[in-house]
Design a protein around this ligand. Structure first.
Ligand code: NAD
Length: 497
C-alpha cells in the first residue's frame, strides 16, 4: 500500500507543497509520495540542531554526560530492534531486493551499529600529561573530545538503513546533532528510523530527517548551509567533489566515501571452489550495487579459460527477481535511470571489440516484473583496458575478465584506474598475498574472500574513491573535536593573607 513520507524536523512531522513519487524498481508499483524539504525547512533543522549540540541549549544533548547519552542510545537500539521487520519491509519495497537479503544484511545490523558505536565511545580514552613549559612554568593538560555541532549525513541508495546508521550513530553518540538526507530513491527505511527517534529519548532537534534530491534541492541546501559543521557523504565521486567545493566555504570538514572500479586478482594456485563462491558474491551481490563489488577480474593465463567458463555458468544460473527466495539471488537495479546507465555500458562492449560469455541483456518475465529495472548478470571478455566497460564504474552486475602473466602485470592492471576502493587477492600462497596487497592502492584488500567485514573496521578510499576515513574509532574522531585544557601548577601555594 502506498504511503506518504514526511520530513521529521525539530520533533515534528512536516509536509511540503512539493512532493515526488517513489516507485518500486521491482514492478513499477507506487511505493510512496515523498515530501521534499525546502531550504527553509533545512534551515530550521540546522538551527535547532545547532542549539541542542553546541548552542545555547547544549545541555540537552551536546553537554549531557556521556554515560547518560549512551543510555539513551542503547535504549534507541532496543527500540530499533523492535522495528526490524518494518525496516526490512521498507528496504524490500524501495530496492526490490529479497526479504532474506534485507533481513540478514540490512535490518539486523541497524540496531547493532548504534550499540557498537555506544560501546566504542564509552572506551574512547581521554589523554593527559604533566609538563614543563617555557620560563619554568609547570602545567598539566588533558584532552577530551567535544561534539563538532551539526553533522550532515548524506546517503546513497544501495544499502540505505545501514549507511544511515553508519553516519548517524557516531554523530549522535559524540553529542552532535545529525541531519539525515537519504537518497531520493530510498526514503522509506530512513522514515522508520525517524519514527524510532521520535519515540525515544533523543531530544527534539538532535536528529532530523529531510527528504529530497541532490543538486538544487535538499542535499545541496544541507551541504551548503553555513551552520552545518561537518559533512559525511557516501555516493558518487562527482557528487563528492561538488560537496567538497561547497564545504570549502566556511571551511567545514568532510568525510567522503566514493565510487570504485574494483579488481580481483586470481593467481595460478587459487582454490577455484573458493573463488567461485567469493566471486559470485563480489560481482553480483545486491545486483552489483555495493561499493566494494568486483567489476574487473584479472586471472593468471593458466587458469583463464577455466575461470571464464566457470563464471559464465554461474552468472547464467543466478536466480533473478524472486523476493521470497531464501538465499543468494539478485533483484533489480535501483531505478530505470540507473539501468539505462548500466545498459549503455553493456551496449558499448561489442562496439569496442568485447564479447559476452553471459548476460548483456534485460531479462523477460512475462509479468509485472517487466515494469521493473532488471538486468542480466554479465560476464565479458576481450574488452580493451581503455574501453568504457573497463574504466567506468557500472555499479551493476558486470564482470570484465582479462588474463595476466605475472605478479607485476597483475598489480599494474589492478592499479590502472582512477579509483582505489577495494581488491580481492585469490592465491594459496600467503607470502604472495601479503606482498601484493600493499602494492594495490586501495583502502581494503581481501585475501581469499570478499566482504567479510567488521563494520567498525576502518573504511577508506584511495584516489577518487574517498577523502577522510570512517569506521569505528575513525568515525568517532571525525564526529568530535579534541579540546585541550591546560592548567598551570604553581610550585607553591601563595601565602595566605
Ligand atoms: P549520488 O552521489 O548520486 O547520491 C548520493 C546522495 O547525495 C543522495 O542522497 C543524493 O540526493 C545526494 N546528492 C546528489 N547531489 C548532491 C549535491 N550536489 N549536494 C548534496 N547532495 C547531493 O550516489 P548514489 O547514486 O546514490 O550512490 C551510488 C554511488 O555511491 C556509487 O558511485 C557507489 O560506488 C557509491 N558508494 C560508495 C561507498 C563507499 O563506501 N565508498 C558505499 C556505497 C556507495
Amino acid at each position: 500500500m502506498s504511503k506518504e513520507l514526511k520530513n521529521y524536523v525539530a520533533g515534528r512531522w512536516i509536509g511540503s507543497s512539493t512532493t515526488f513519487d517513489k516507485v518500486s524498481p521491482f514492478n513499477g508499483a507506487h511505493v510512496a509520495k515523498v515530501h521534499e524539504a525546502s531550504a527553509t525547512l533545512v534551515d530550521e533543522a540546522v538551527t535547532r540542531g545547532h542549539e541542542v549540540s553546541i548552542g545555547g541549549n547544549a545541555s540537552i544533548w551536546g553537554d549531557l554526560p556521556l554515560k547518560q547519552r549512551l543510555a539513551v542510545i542503547h535504549d534507541l537500539a532496543d527500540r530499533l530492534e523492535a522495528r526490524v521487520e518494518d525496516l526490512v519491509e521498507a528496504e524490500v519495497a524501495d530496492t526490490g531486493r529479497s526479504h532474506w537479503q534485507a533481513s540478514v544484511f540490512d535490518g539486523a545490523r541497524a540496531a547493532r551499529l548504534f550499540r557498537s558505536y555506544a560501546d566504542a565511545a564509552a572506551s574512547l580514552e581521554n589523554r593527559s600529561m604533566q609538563f614543563s613549559g617555557e620560563m619554568g612554568f609547570q602545567g598539566m593538560w588533558h584532552s577530551t573530545r567535544r561534539p563538532k555541532g551539526v553533522i550532515a549525513c548524506i546517503c546513497p541508495w544501495n544499502v540505505p538503513i545501514l549507511m544511515a546508521c553508519m553516519k548517524v550513530a557516531p554523530a549522535l553518540v559524540m553529542g552532535n546533532s545529525a541531519i539525515l538526507k537519504p537518497s531520493e530513491e530510498t526514503p522509506s527505511s530512513a522514515t522508520v528510523l525517524a519514527e524510532v527517534m521520535a519515540a525515544s529519548d533523543v531530544p527534539d532537534g538532535a536528529f532530523s530527517l529531510v527528504h529530497g534530491f541532490g543538486a538544487g534541492s535538499t542535499g545541496e541546501f544541507l551541504a551548503s548551509h553555513p551552520k552545518v559543521d561537518a559533512i559525511t557523504f557516501t555516493g558518487e565521486s562527482g557528487t563528492g567533489s561538488a560537496i567538497m567545493k561547497v564545504a570549502a566555504t566556511g571551511l567545514r570538514e568532510v568525510s567522503l566515501e566514493l565510487g570504485g572500479k574494483n579488481a580481483a586478482l586470481v593467481f595460478d594456485d587459487a582454490r577455484m571452489d573458493a573463488v567461485a563462491e567469493g566471486m559470485t558474491r563480489s560481482a553480483f551481490f545486491n545486483c552489483g550495487q555495493i561499493c566494494f563489488c568486483t567489476e574487473r577480474a584479472y586471472v593468471h593465463r593458466s587458469r583463464f579459460d577455466e575461470f571464464v567458463e566457470m563464471m559464465a555458468e554461474i552468472a547464467s544460473g543466478i536466480i533473478i527477481g524472486e523476493r521470497s527466495h531464501n538465499g543468494f539471488s539478485i533483484g533489480p537495479l535501483i531505478s530505470h535511470g540507473h539501468r539505462d546507465k548500466v545498459k549503455a555500458l553493456l551496449d558499448a562492449v561489442p562496439a569496442h571489440g568485447g564479447e559476452f560469455v553471459a548476460g548483456g541483456g534485460i531479462p523477460s518475465f512475462g509479468d509485472a516484473r517487466d515494469n521493473g529495472a532488471f538486468v542480466e548478470p554479465a560476464v565479458a571478455i576481450g574488452s580493451p583496458e581503455d574501453s568504457p566497460f573497463v574504466k567506468q564504474e557500472a555499479f551493476g552486475p558486470v564482470l570484465h575478465v582479462a588474463p595476466f602473466s605475472d605478479e607485476d602485470e597483475a598489480v599494474a592492471l589492478a592499479n590502472d584506474t582512477q579509483y582505489g576502493l577495494a581488491t580481492c587477492i585469490w592465491t594459496e600462497n600467503l607470502n604472495r598475498a601479503q606482498r601484493v596487497a600493499p602494492r594495490v592502492r586501495v583502502g581494503h584488500a581481501w585475501i581469499n574472500s570478499w566482504q567479510i567485514r567488521d563494520l567498525m573496521s576502518p573504511l577508506t578510499g584511495a584516489k577518487a574513491s574517498g577523502v577522510g576515513d570512517q569506521g569505528g574509532r575513525l568515525s568517532l574522531e571525525f564526529s568530535s573535536l579534541p579540546q585541550t585544557v591546560t592548567t598551570r601548577i604553581f610550585e607553591e601555594d601563595p601565602a595566605w593573607p
